[in-house]
Design a protein around this ligand. Sequence first.
Ligand code: BEZ
Length: 386
Amino acid sequence: MTPRIALAALTLACLATLGHAQQAKLKVGLMLPYSGTYTALGVAIENGFKLRIEEQGGKLGGREIEYVKVDDESDPSKATDNVNKLIKRDNVDVIVGTVHSGVAMAMAKAAKESGTILIVPNAGADAVTGPMCAPNIFRSSFSNWQPAYAMGEVAAKQEKKKKAITITWKYAAGNESVNGFKDGFEKNGGQVTKQLNVPFPNVEFQALLTEIAAAKPDAVYAFFAGGGAVKFVKDYAAAGLNKTIPLYGPGFLTDGTLDAQGEAAQGMLTTLHYADGLNTPRDTSFRTAYAKAFKLQPDVYAVQGYDAAQMLGIGLAAVKGDITKKAEFAAAIEKTKIDSPRGSFSISKSHNPVQDIYLRKVDGKENKMISIASKSLADPARGCKM
Ligand code: BEZ
């Protein structure tokens, strides 16, 4: 081969590689619970995420999507190893996860250190968009403070309750949810008289329900979700407490759980950034598409997964699929209103949704929207320096 022909061949090979690189698939690491008490939540998030990708023809920013999945088991002790498998072994371009706040904090630390884009589709850990906030970390869901604070306000101002007992799993999400409720409740004249805890994911509630019955507060505020929420709401009713002491919570207590909770949940008031009966064209088309694809009604977790994919799509469209352009990717998400089934929302400077929080009431198998408890509620983002 003459030097000229060799050079031409090399140039052609380079061009072919470049073309291939431009079209390389975008690797999305889904780190979610696929076992344990939060399994249904992980599955709903994945469903919602994939629904949006399918609606976009399987591509975002011109790139096809490839998935790598890790079951995080909602176990913080395995979280660093699990997230590093995605970052270092699988070389993912983006991580989407997770549900459990303790696991999410380990993921945020790894994402911050490596610079990998992370979109959190549930875990409300205040720290993720507080002291741990970073230009490459986003949340499509909520902070633990948001729905809890709104419920505290409703319990004191609208329901006129004075004394409340709180009960939760003892880990970041439960502790922060209780603090948020206390914040809203006590600012409006209420008082939290006792804070009860069980270890995560324990569901032995009997002794604590006996304690609540003896104390006779005006209300109980509880943070549980998934399988634990089903058990708690049923045990509360089986103890007869739902007849005398109203049970409030963030909407996780009754979202995606009503089939299993049945009669025990009827009439319960909760606050959340999603509800049944919104009846907007955007929500109706989402719900119809979700039901058709999965033969299931969507819940808040499905919406958060769907919106994680919407946020990723907005960022990738702005950089034409080149996810290494992180500043432009972030700027696009920061300036766009996300057209969510929950109602449109914006992303705060700390990268958490600024969104309406609905007051909902359980009616049959629905968490029916009653009113907007808190309009465009932003997390205080304490400790975020960005
Ligand atoms: C959390 O750990 O942040 C969480 C888990 C389930 C529902 C809501 C929050």
